[in-house]
Design a protein around this ligand. Structure first.
Ligand SMILES: NC(=O)c1ccc[n+]([C@@H]2O[C@H](COP(=O)([O-])OP(=O)(O)OC[C@H]3O[C@@H](n4cnc5c(N)ncnc54)[C@H](OP(=O)(O)O)[C@@H]3O)[C@@H](O)[C@H]2O)c1
Length: 256
């Protein structure tokens, strides 16, 4: 079952830029009160100002999701001041291009600590309230890059594959408790993160279109929100291939 703005507020992590920012504005346009988290409080303040003419509102709640106490404090004060978190979109994350030749365990650990462990810290903070209320919706942003191992995507791919697996496991556990779990698997979306990429990004989606797809997917409640369709079909087909076909095909396409 999905939730609506009458059930409580929304909490979005990674809301200072990119997908999180786009979805926060789109939800405020739909009347939601959105608590927006990221490290850069100045960007969150600008976001809140931008939302002022909208029917809902955005409340800046800066925090670093690598710090469990900070995450718990943000959730506690958001719920005390603005009501229960009905919907949490756990989106904060990063991508570091790596190859096996430049593998650095510290870089790897940092990416895992943000993308995977950071998301788990947010779950630890937000789940008890939802479990008590027997109601809530959690959407975790992974990536189509989590479907299968891809070149230059060592820590990123590993973190996103783990998030998809985590969402599948949570969906079983939390359904009984009235909490809907969803995984969001975007292809390439134009954001500050992808602006840094120098490699080709097929089927790149503009931010507004991506935010729109996500918000519509949140209201539908299906387990996976994945887009754009051509990219998803391509990568889901690759997922079905046996290794003897997968490696030469992807290797040739990516010149590896
Ligand atoms: N863009 C794409 O093509 C694409 C595709 C698939 C999946 N994704 C996923 O979508 C999510 C958002 O990506 P994006 O493209 O929108 O990138 P982005 O513009 O770089 O946004 C990343 C967000 O995460 C926040 N963040 C980073 N480290 C944080 C930390 N330690 N604590 C709290 N917040 C932190 C950043 O804010 P601060 O720096 O202010 O903390 C920023 O708001 C990521 O999980 C990414 O993997 C993106």
């Amino acid at each position: 079952m999905t939730v609506s703005s009458t059930d409580g507020i929304a909490w979005i992590t990674g809301a200072s830029t990119g997908i999180g920012r786009g979805v926060a504005l789109r939800m405020a346009r739909d009347g939601w009160t959105v608590v927006a988290s990221a490290r850069r409080g100045d960007l969150l303040d600008t976001l809140a100002e931008e939302a002022q003419p909208l029917p809902g509102r955005i409340i800046p709640a800066p925090c670093d999701i690598t710090d469990l106490d900070a995450v718990k404090a943000v959730v506690a004060s958001a719920e005390a001041e603005h009501g229960p978190i009905a919907l949490a979109m756990l989106n904060a994350g990063t991508f570091k291009p790596e190859s096996a030749r430049s593998l650095d365990s510290r870089v790897f650990a940092d990416v895992i600590d943000l993308n995977l462990n950071g998301t788990v810290r947010c779950l630890e903070a937000v789940l008890p309230g939802m479990v008590d209320r027997q109601r809530g919706q959690i959407a975790i942003v992974s990536s189509v890059a989590g479907y299968r191992g891809l070149p230059s995507s060592l820590s990123y791919g590993a973190s996103k594959a783990a998030l998809i697996n985590l969402c599948e496991a949570l969906r079983f556990d939390l359904k009984r408790l009235g909490i809907t779990v969803q995984v969001i698997n975007p292809g390439f979306v134009r954001t500050p993160l992808t602006d840094k990429n120098t490699f080709p990004m097929p089927f790149l989606v503009e931010l507004d279109a991506a935010a729109d797809k996500i918000v519509r997917g949140l209201s539908r409640g299906a387990f996976e929100i994945a887009f754009p369709l051509p990219m998803v079909l391509m990568l889901k087909t690759l997922r079905l291939l046996p290794y003897w076909l997968y490696f030469p095909l992807v290797g040739r396409r990516t010149k590896r």
